[in-house]
Design a protein around this ligand. Structure first.
Ligand code: HEC
Length: 252
């Protein structure tokens, strides 16, 4: 498995850091890795926030849900702060790489836009499934963000349980996910895998995702049964590897 991406690899580090304090110069590989880590965590904070509000979003008895982009954003900011210690309400003063600041601000804006586009649908009474789930949120937000920033950002999964072909992993991502999916791999939610390419042109960052209780309704068992979205369930178990958020940042 390693052989497939060895020519590309210079370093593979597991970063458990959470404070994000860096001392190196602007645009260094370390800063880019930290920026990628924060972008992945912010996309995941949006996914988690959609997941936490799923019952409200899907409630057929209720018309106006009050789940506005602003309400959503405040919850995302709180979730992100709990995981990273970083306050997006006060981005300028945060001890993070300068390059990360405009990117995080824009990713938050794009996240709000996704929730904004679903407002008419989620406020309809009598409809159970509105199409706004963590994965559609992640797919749509990351594509718009990437168009604006040219920073590669996506959620992906191994081919054996890939649902949306737009999320298909490349060779690097497949190899990294084999490592992350190994049961012996530490299940630390803040642990990322990252690497710098041989010519020092770019860094890649992978944040693993694991099935929590809120995922099992769709990705759990019985395998082959249809979930509420019409997709086939994968038979995933609590705590098992589900996929990853992948970021690639150019250093030049
Ligand atoms: C309501 C059902 C539902 C729930 C709940 C749900 N997912 Fe998904 N998941 C989907 C659907 C549908 C897709 C494909 C989305 C798309 O079209 O982009 C998907 C896609 C994904 C992907 C992207 C790779 C792919 O197959 O396209 C990952 C990773 C993922 N889900 C993980 C999770 C995790 C982790 C959770 C819990 C935190 C979760 N999902 C909760 C339905 C669900």
């Amino acid at each position: 498995m390693m052989k497939r991406f060895v020519p590309f690899v210079l370093v593979v580090v597991i970063s458990m850091g959470s404070s994000g304090v860096l001392t190196s110069s602007a645009g260094s590989p370390q800063e880019a890795i930290e920026t990628g880590r924060l972008l992945a965590l912010l996309l995941d904070a949006g996914r988690v926030t959609i997941g936490k509000n799923q019952a409200l979003i899907n409630d057929p008895a209720k018309g106006d849900k009050g789940f506005t982009p602003e309400v959503f954003a405040q919850q995302v900011i709180a979730e992100f702060k709990a995981r990273t210690g970083i306050d997006l309400n006060d981005l300028d003063t945060q001890p993070i790489p300068e390059m990360a600041k405009p990117l995080l601000a824009r990713l938050l804006e794009e996240s709000k836009k996704t929730v904004a586009t679903y407002q008419p649908v989620i406020n309809i009474k009598g409809v159970k499934y509105k199409g706004l789930i963590p994965a559609t949120f992640g797919t749509e937000t990351s594509f718009r963000f990437q168009n604006w920033s040219r920073v590669y950002l996506k959620q992906t999964a191994p081919d054996r349980f890939l649902r949306n072909p737009r999320n298909k992993a490349d060779a690097f991502e497949l190899a990294m996910m084999e490592k992350l999916a190994d049961p012996s791999y530490p299940r630390d939610k803040a642990a990322i895998l990252s690497e710098i390419d041989k010519q020092g042109r770019s860094v890649r960052i992978m944040l693993p995702l694991y099935y929590g209780q809120e995922c099992i309704g769709c990705h759990g068992g019985p395998k082959g049964e249809r979930d509420i979205t019409g997709h086939l369930k994968e038979g995933g178990k609590l705590g098992e590897f589900a996929g990853a958020i992948s970021v690639k940042l150019s250093l030049k």
